[in-house]
Write a protein that binds this ligand. Structure first.
Ligand code: GRF
Length: 199
């Protein structure tokens, strides 16, 4: 069983769906800790599930983060709405072990406010992406993507709601592949090995 550390800054809806997928037996993993950079909704979910919480104290949290990760020895670090950028030192040390979910079809609309950016640009489709984290922002090899259509009536709120509905399926599926060692990375391209147990 793989050891997962989740990092979050927000309400934690992705964190909750990952925990559900583990409970249902979809994901062969265990969340050993939640790391947050501030008081946030994800902490309540961790408390309800008796998952240890680590609160990063410093503005430059790299040293304390590396210490926490060293003590936890995770197989994968799952960024689920963690709103800070990880320093290259962390990314290098955990090369191909850190994954993130971003609310756009990358490489479009990187960075903050991706949903607003998509609306402003006037795209007819957008979606979400699960990717490995590398030294560049929202840039690493793509594991999984899902598309949603944008309607003329959409506001940032309604579009985010549609995207998050997709995220809640996409992220557990990607983490399932990771935990089953089904993910192979060649250059920028990710290949998913067939799961022989899947019907
Ligand atoms: C998600 O929409 C994700 O794409 C982005 O941050 C949001 C986190 O939402 N990186 P939640 O805290 O999981 O509800």
């Amino acid at each position: 069983m793989k050891k997962l550390v989740v990092m979050a800054s927000g309400k934690g809806s992705n964190f909750a769906t990952i925990l559900n997928a583990i409970k249902c037996g979809q994901v062969n993993g265990e969340v050993v800790a939640l790391i947050v950079d501030k008081d946030c909704g994800a902490m309540d979910i961790a408390k309800q599930n008796k998952i240890p919480i680590f609160l990063l104290k410093n503005r430059d949290f790299t040293k304390e983060l590396l210490q926490i990760l060293q003590s936890l020895q995770p197989d994968f670090i799952v960024l689920a709405g963690f709103m800070r950028i990880l320093k290259a030192m962390v990314v290098k040390q955990y090369h191909n072990k850190i994954v993130n979910i971003h609310p756009s079809i990358l490489p479009a609309f990187t960075g903050l406010n991706a949903v607003e950016q998509a609306l402003e640009y006037g795209v007819k489709i957008t979606g979400c992406t699960v990717h490995f984290v590398d030294e560049k922002l929202d840039h690493g090899p793509i594991i999984h993507q899902a598309v949603v259509s944008v309607s003329n009536q959409d506001s940032p709120q309604t579009l985010l709601k549609k995207i998050q509905k997709k995220e809640h399926k996409l992220y557990p599926q990607a983490i399932k592949w990771l935990c089953n060692d089904q993910v192979i990375i060649k250059g920028r391209t990710v290949y998913i090995k067939e799961d022989n147990n899947e019907s």
